[in-house]
Design a protein around this ligand. Structure first.
Ligand SMILES: [Zn+2]
Length: 181
């Protein structure tokens, strides 16, 4: 059972992340960023609208189903506790606690926060299962059932591997626990 409330540090959007060498720390804010509405209402925008609200690489991944390079993306080696949400619409997708080292060079998770935050669609060639954001239909990555300790992929609690693109997500770091009074 996952913990419902997660105190999170609000990070800047991926496209605006801090420049190397910057000593500024982002402001802290506490809110239920992992809140998921009972009814997930679809967000639809034109291509031109998406181009305005996303970076070029986010647009290629989320709206054109591109795959970013392995081992050359923001989160494949991120071990910080926190929350991953959709870079297109900010719907909460994965807790860092369900992330595992798949060895593939892409951020890999064994389950979404709730099954209903993602949708599955079979690729046209019938080979792979595409994973999309349930709210904005942005392409996130693919789902595999090979997390069983064979073929070099570690065994996960579900046997599943949600192989995601870092560029399709934003990350918020978990805040330290409040000191006890
Ligand atoms: Zn989305």
């Amino acid at each position: 059972m996952l913990i419902a409330a997660l105190a999170i540090l609000i990070s800047t959007p991926l496209s605006l992340q801090t420049t190397p060498g910057s000593t500024q720390t982002p402001a802290l804010e506490r809110k239920d960023v992992d809140y998921i509405p009972d009814v997930i209402t679809k967000i639809t925008k034109t291509s031109a609208e998406w181009r305005k609200s996303l970076s070029a690489s986010q647009f290629q991944i989320l709206r054109q189903a591109a795959t970013e390079r392995a081992f050359a993306n923001s989160f494949w080696n991120n071990h910080t506790d926190g929350l991953y949400s959709c870079a297109g619409c900010d719907l909460p997708l994965f807790y860092a606690s369900t992330k595992f080292d798949s060895g593939t060079g892409w951020p890999s998770f064994y389950q979404p926060i709730q099954k209903r935050v993602v949708s599955e669609r079979r690729d046209p060639d019938g080979e792979r299962v595409e994973i999309l954001c349930a709210r904005c239909d942005g392409h996130l990555g693919h789902l595999f059932d090979d997390a069983n300790g064979q073929f070099g992929i570690p065994k996960t609690p579900t046997g599943l591997r949600y192989c995601m693109n870092s560029g399709a997500m934003r990350f918020r770091k978990k805040l330290p626990d409040r000191p006890k009074p």
